[in-house]
Ligand binder design. Structure first.
Ligand code: 13P
Length: 254
């Protein structure tokens, strides 16, 4: 078992669960994980589910997050959601720069950085996603891509603010495909991310930063991934919609 930091197991529900479905689902979920105090448990839910899920989870071990945040305080940005809105609805975390947002919604390294700053300033913990796609891995430029994404996401983030940053390494080719990175592959890239942080902020901050793995993490492979030195938790899509599987992953993070 690695060192290490307090693990953070976060579910990313993506665009699943209406508010009424979420209400039923989260009740079942927290019953299964409520006795776990050994890691932080987060569910990142569609914005419209936040109020009900935050209400249901109040006083439990489960914390709530959003899946996107805009960088402006407020204004003419139809369809977007501000950091203050997330906070007011009960979110403590927010996912930023998920590869699906980069791929389908024009998210860039620059907007990821702006959104990260806005989230931190509002008091949220930002779960910043980085990761290479298949062609980049095949071309042997994984390290270059991930280092670049990490550096650009952290532009102008102060050492103090790093307490509110989690990096999630999600190789795009492993998301929703059933193809998990091997524990060694995942650890290697998480280590690279930690080195990028060390080069900018020094070793103590790098050692304290939570770096998650995400991409087809499930009840079967979680223990092996989470045992690696540089992997401090998971960002879980599909398996976070199955309470029993999610509970097994939470258990593996003890
Ligand atoms: P899956 O666990 O479904 O592969 O999704 C991972 C992910 O994208 C989490 O953000």
């Amino acid at each position: 078992m690695g060192s290490k930091r307090r693990m953070v197991i976060a579910g990313n529900w993506k665009m699943n669960m209406t508010p009424s479905e979420a209400k039923n689902f989260v009740g079942t979920l927290y019953e299964k994980v409520k006795n776990n105090r050994a890691c932080d448990i987060v569910v990142c839910v569609p914005a419209i589910d936040l109020p009900i899920v935050a209400k249901m989870c109040a006083g439990t071990a489960v914390k709530v997050g959003g899946q996107n945040v805009h960088f402006a305080k407020s204004g003419a940005y139809t369809g977007e959601i501000s950091a203050d809105m997330l906070v007011d609805a009960g979110a403590k975390y927010v996912i930023i720069g998920h590869s699906e947002r980069r791929q389908y919604f024009g998210e860039t390294d620059e907007t990821v950085n702006l959104r990260t700053k806005a989230a931190i300033e509002a008091g949220l913990t930002a779960i910043v996603c980085v990761g290479e796609c298949l062609s980049e891995r095949e071309q042997g430029i994984t390290e270059e891509v991930v280092a670049r994404q990490t550096k650009l996401a952290l532009l102008d983030i102060t050492p103090e603010q790093m307490k509110q940053v989690i990096i999630a390494y999600e190789p795009v080719w492993a998301i929703g495909t059933g193809k998990t990175a091997t524990a060694e592959q995942a650890d290697e890239v998480c280590k690279l991310i930690r080195n990028v942080i060390a080069a900018k902020y020094g070793k103590p901050i790098a050692r304290a930063t939570v770096i998650q793995y995400g991409g087809s993490m499930n009840a079967k492979n979680a223990a092996e991934l989470l045992a690696m030195d540089n992997i401090d938790g998971g960002l879980i899509g599909g398996a976070s919609l199955k309470p029993d599987d999610f509970a097994v992953i939470v258990e593996a993070a003890q």
